[in-house]
Design a protein around this ligand. Structure first.
Ligand code: COA
Length: 155
């Protein structure tokens, strides 16, 4: 997908923007946290000043979320993507792709870092590959989550 292409199926009134943790935490909790055995939906670093929370909204409804934490990948400064989720009833409509693409633009304005990494759940790996992420590791098991691979993307 080209960097500025908007998926035709994305809702026309979709708004993607930096968000507060309060705006996205219910969706994160529903999609990412529930079922993992974690007791809190918060991630370490959620309240760090450098952390960027992004949300996709249709009207007041939060339909997509992602959080970017300052981190490093193989000793190079990088953002760690965590809590990437689209609401179940609107998946497959281009929201996740638009959220990640617009997040890259927001991050590029805030920091010279141009590298992302994440622990990608096995079911989500094809999504990241479509968005030009690169598989970096073999599968590993994360208790409560399942099989994952580390992935990176330069932007
Ligand atoms: C993974 C997830 C965020 C994708 O969000 P989404 O809004 O449905 O993704 P999009 O509609 O923008 O998909 C972009 C492209 O990836 C493809 N895609 C999305 N999820 C896919 C999947 N699980 N398997 C294969 N392809 C997938 C879409 O078909 C689309 O391809 P296209 O451009 O050829 O049409 C969403 O399915 C989700 O929240 N899953 C549960 C939580 C999760 O696993 N999060 C990731 C944690 S690492």
């Amino acid at each position: 997908m080209s960097p500025d292409a908007t998926p035709r199926s994305a809702p026309l009134d979709l708004c993607v923007r930096p968000a507060s943790l309060a705006e996205i935490i219910d969706l994160r909790n529903e999609v990412i946290i529930q079922g993992t055995g974690r007791t809190s939906p918060e991630f370490p670093g959620d309240f760090d000043p450098s952390t960027v929370h992004m949300g996709a909204f249709v009207g007041d409804r939060n339909v997509g979320c992602a959080t970017f934490l300052e981190s490093s990948w193989e000793d190079e400064p990088a953002w760690q993507l965590r809590g990437m989720a689209t609401a179940p009833d609107v998946r497959g409509g281009g929201i996740g792709a638009r959220l990640l693409r617009e997040s890259e633009a927001v991050l590029a304005q805030r920091s010279p870092i141009r590298l992302l990494w994440c622990n990608a759940r096995k079911v989500a790996i094809p999504f990241y590959v479509k968005l030009d992420w690169k598989i970096e590791t073999d599968e590993f098991l994360t208790p409560g989550i399942g099989m994952q691979r580390k992935m990176t993307k330069r932007y």
